[in-house]
Design a protein around this ligand. Structure first.
Ligand code: SAH
Length: 220
């Protein structure tokens, strides 16, 4: 059963979808993404003192200078990946593990990389305890992707990059989709949707102006 708080959040996401549809091309939330959002308890992914704000449609601080993204943005980025049940997805920027948990509801396997070892450990424990068994995490620099499990049907980057890392394009399957915020760290980025065609051609679309915490580490 969907709680009142969750229903209100889903309504807010739907309303933001309508508001931004001329830019995103998405008029309404995919029902499968909606179910995934309903199934993942966001209150378990935020620090205890922020539990009361867990169903507010905004980003929240999760410590170490990082944030759990705004639910509307989580919904939109997930939606843009157009996941199928047999897909494998790579996430760069595990953070709280919330986005990974949402993805895990819609595909076969999620791999997620977090730069900060402390956050990586907290997210791994949390995902395990909550029973999200098809998510594998590791601490490391997502700039190089995770070649051992490549290629991926979908790749999602949840930190602001100055450009699209070449390794991620290489690790994307033909027919696959990559969603990434590209632009000035701390300022404005464009959420970009990168599609690799069946014959390996790369098409890039700008979807929406966004603001993410910066991509860290080696970033040529
Ligand atoms: N997806 C997260 C939100 C992440 S905030 C969630 O659902 O909670 C962005 C995260 O990306 C931060 O935790 C940050 O440490 C991480 N990050 C930044 N640069 C990175 C890199 N090069 N490789 C992997 N993770 C990175």
């Amino acid at each position: 059963m969907t709680s009142k708080q969750m229903q209100r959040l889903l309504d807010e996401i739907e309303s933001e979808y309508r508001f931004t549809c001329t830019m995103t091309g998405k008029k309404s939330l995919d029902p499968k993404v909606k179910t995934a959002l309903s199934n993942v308890p966001r209150d378990k992914f935020v620090p205890k003192d922020l539990t009361d704000l867990a169903f507010y449609n905004g980003p929240l601080a999760i410590g170490y200078g990082q944030t759990i993204s705004q639910p509307y943005i989580v919904a939109l980025m997930t939606d843009l990946l157009e996941l199928e049940a047999d897909h494998t997805v790579l996430e760069i920027g595990t953070g709280s593990g919330y986005q990974a948990a949402i993805l895990s509801q819609l595909c076969k396997q999620v791999y997620s990389i977090e730069y900060l070892p402390e956050l990586a450990e907290i997210a791994r424990d949390r995902l395990q305890k909550l029973g999200f068994n098809n998510v594998e995490t590791k601490a490391g620099n997502g700039y190089e992707g995770w070649p051992e499990h490549a290629p991926y049907d979908g790749i999602i980057v949840t930190a602001a990059a100055t450009h699209i890392p070449q390794a991620l394009i290489e690790q994307l399957k033909p027919g696959g989709r990559l969603v990434i915020p590209v632009g000035e760290p701390y300022l404005h980025q464009e959420l970009e949707l990168v599609e690799k065609t069946e014959d390996g051609e790369i098409n890039i679309k700008e979807v929406l102006g966004v603001s993410f915490v910066p991509f860290r580490g080696e970033h040529e």
